[in-house]
Ligand binder design. Structure first.
Ligand code: SF4
Ligand code: SF4
Ligand code: SF4
Length: 321
C-alpha cells in the first residue's frame, strides 16, 4: 500500500485491504472509493444497468467504468455512502464484487446462446460457477476463472487460474458425404485431407476441435460427435505472466465443478505465501497436479507437450514444455 494510502487508512480508521475484498477500492483521491459491482459473464439486466447509473448519479460523479474483467465500476464514491450503496443494490437483489485472495467473479464470452461461433453455453456455466463459488477464500492469492465458447478464446482462458473453452469433435457420416471437399478447404489446421475414395480423413494430432468443418458441410455429413470443455489450468497475467496448461478435454459442466473444487483444495494445500496456482504447478511439477487432481476425477487428461502443441501457434515462445 502506498505511504499516503497508509496515512489515510489510519486517519479514517479503515482497513483498505478488507474494504477492497468487499468490492470497495480506495482511490488516490481523499475519502473516495471505486465500487465494483458483481457482473458474472459481463451480463447485466437493464434494471441493474439503470441501478448502476443511479448509484453513479447519487453517490459518484455520474461516471461508470467497465473493468477489464467485465465488471461495472462506479468511481468517486465517498465512504459515507457505503451503506446506502449496499441498500440500493440489495433492493434489486444485487451486490458488490469481491477482490483479494478469493475466487473472483468469473468472466465469459457470449457463448452458444446467440453467438454463431459458440460451441458451449458459457453464460449458463459462468452464472452457475459464480453462484457456487464466488468469494470462496483461497488463503493464498486471487483465483480467476473464465469461459470461452470456442477456440477463438475471446475470454482469454490461457490467462486464467482455470479456463474453460468450448470444443467439438467432428465425425463423418460416410453415406451422406458427397466428397465436395468444402470441409477440407475450411480446416485451417490442415487436419483434414481427402483420401482415395474421396472422403475426408482427420489427423487427430492437428485437430483443435473448432467445428468449422461441421458448419461448412452442405449436406450435414460432418456432424458433432461430442462437445465439451477444454480445460486450462495455471495461467495468469500481470508483471510475470504464465500461460495456462491444457489439462483435460471434453469435460462436462459437472466435471468442471468437480475440477474447480478439487483444484481449490490442492491450491490451498500446496501453495506457499501469495503464490498463484500456476507458480505452484511450476514449483511442484504439472504432473503432480494432473495425478492428484485431474486423473482422480476421471477426466480425459491432456498429459504431454505433444498433445498440447496443436492448441498453440507453432514456434510460440511460451509453449508449454
Ligand atoms: S470465444 Fe468464440 S463463441 Fe466466444 S465470443 Fe469469441 S468467437 Fe464467439
Ligand atoms: S474441427 Fe476444426 S480443426 Fe478439426 S477437422 Fe474440423 S475444421 Fe479442422
Ligand atoms: S463438406 Fe461434407 S459433403 Fe463435403 S466432403 Fe466434407 S463431409 Fe463430405
Amino acid at each position: 500500500m502506498q505511504h499516503s494510502l497508509k496515512r489515510e487508512a489510519k486517519r479514517l480508521d479503515m482497513d483498505f485491504d478488507v474494504l477492497k475484498s468487499g468490492g470497495f477500492i480506495k482511490q488516490t483521491q481523499e475519502d473516495l472509493f471505486t465500487v465494483r459491482l458483481r457482473c458474472p459473464g459481463g451480463r447485466v439486466t437493464s434494471q441493474q444497468l439503470r441501478m448502476a447509473a443511479e448509484i453513479a448519479d447519487k453517490y459518484g460523479q455520474g461516471e461508470i467504468h467497465n473493468s477489464f474483467r467485465q465488471s461495472i465500476e462506479v468511481p468517486y464514491v465517498h465512504h459515507k455512502y457505503f451503506d446506502a450503496v449496499d441498500a440500493d443494490l440489495k433492493s434489486i437483489n444485487w451486490s458488490v464484487a469481491s477482490c483479494g485472495p478469493r475466487i473472483r467473479v468469473p468472466t465469459a464470452c457470449a457463448g452458444c446462446t446467440y453467438n454463431p461461433n459458440g460451441l458451449m453455453d458459457t453464460q449458463n456455466m459462468c452464472f452457475e460457477v459464480d453462484k457456487k463459488y464466488f468469494g470462496t477464500a483461497t488463503t493464498h492469492h486471487k483465483f480467476k476463472i473464465s469461459f470461452s465458447g470456442c477456440p477463438i478464446d475471446c475470454a482469454r482462458t490461457r490467462e486464467m487460474d482455470l479456463g474453460f473453452q468450448g470444443i467439438v469433435e467432428p465425425e463423418l457420416d460416410d453415406d451422406k458425404c458427397t466428397s465436395c471437399g468444402l470441409c477440407v478447404a475450411a480446416c485451417e489446421e490442415q487436419s483434414l485431407t481427402m483420401v482415395k475414395d474421396g472422403k475426408p480423413v482427420r489427423d487427430l494430432s492437428k485437430c483443435n476441435y473448432c467445428g468449422d468443418c461441421i458448419k461448412v458441410c452442405p449436406v450435414d455429413a460432418m456432424i458433432a460427435k461430442r462437445k465439451g470443455w477444454l480445460i486450462r489450468a495455471g495461467g495468469k497475467h500481470g508483471k510475470h505472466p504464465i500461460y495456462a496448461y491444457e489439462v483435460a478435454q471434453f469435460a462436462t459442466n459437472e466435471q468442471g465443478y468437480a475440477l474447480i473444487e478439487k483444484t481449490m483444495e490442492w491450491y490451498k494445500a500446496n501453495s506457499k505465501g501469495r503464490e498463484r496456482i500456476g507458480a505452484t504447478m511450476g514449483r511442484l511439477n504439472l504432473d503432480r497436479y494432473l495425478t492428484e487432481v485431474v486423473k482422480p476425477l476421471g477426466l480425459e487428461v491432456i498429459e504431454t507437450p505433444e498433445q498440447r502443441q496443436k492448441f498453440w501457434a507453432s514456434g510460440n515462445m511460451y509453449q508449454n514444455k
